[in-house]
Design a binder for this molecule. Structure first.
Ligand SMILES: Nc1nc2c([nH]c(=O)n2[C@H]2C[C@H](O)[C@@H](COP(=O)(O)OP(=O)(O)OP(=O)(O)O)O2)c(=O)[nH]1
Length: 138
């Protein structure tokens, strides 16, 4: 029953470059929605904070060590494979190279996005980001 499904907690990083571009990457083969574009991140493991999980995931996936992660929004999405709770963090500082350690593709994006398809769980956040950049941009 849907109201008894347990949420999978996920930490997601919105890496924002100085020019305002956002980092998206593709989901590796073998995962649900393989090939879809998403913000980097992954499941929070037992005992981890959102920030700790995000830091670990970005090292594992991209070889990037993040500075401060600013927890921004929490959203939920009900997929056939999982009911996820997404903890969105903005990140402005990082160090290290971008190595696609899981064979992903990456792209720095501004609006309108030029990559697709994007994971549906990211749609609301993309709308908020686009609205913000519309206000603060230019
Ligand atoms: N990373 C990320 N996950 C997202 C986004 N939007 C969205 O709905 N999700 C969902 C998809 C997945 O169900 C879940 C993330 O889980 P995952 O399977 O990618 O995490 P993981 O890397 O820890 O996976 P694994 O080690 O278990 O293979 O969150 C997004 O923009 N980025």
């Amino acid at each position: 029953m849907s109201d008894t499904r347990k949420h999978t907690e996920v930490a997601v990083g919105i890496l924002i470059r100085q020019d305002g571009a956002l980092l998206l990457s593709t989901r590796p083969e073998g995962k649900a929605y393989a090939g879809y574009w998403e913000f980097p991140g992954g499941k929070i493991e037992a005992g981890e904070t959102v920030t700790e999980a995000l830091r670990r995931e970005l090292i594992e996936e991209l070889g990037v060590t993040i500075g401060e992660a600013h927890e921004w929004k929490v959203t939920e999405h009900d997929y056939p494979h999982a009911l996820v709770r997404l903890h969105w963090c903005k990140v402005f500082d990082w160090s290290g190279g971008f190595e696609m350690r899981e064979g992903q593709q990456m792209a720095w994006q501004t609006f309108p996005l030029t990559v697709s398809p994007v994971l549906p769980g990211a749609y609301p956040v993309l709308d908020w980001l686009e609205a913000e950049l519309g206000v603060t941009g230019a």
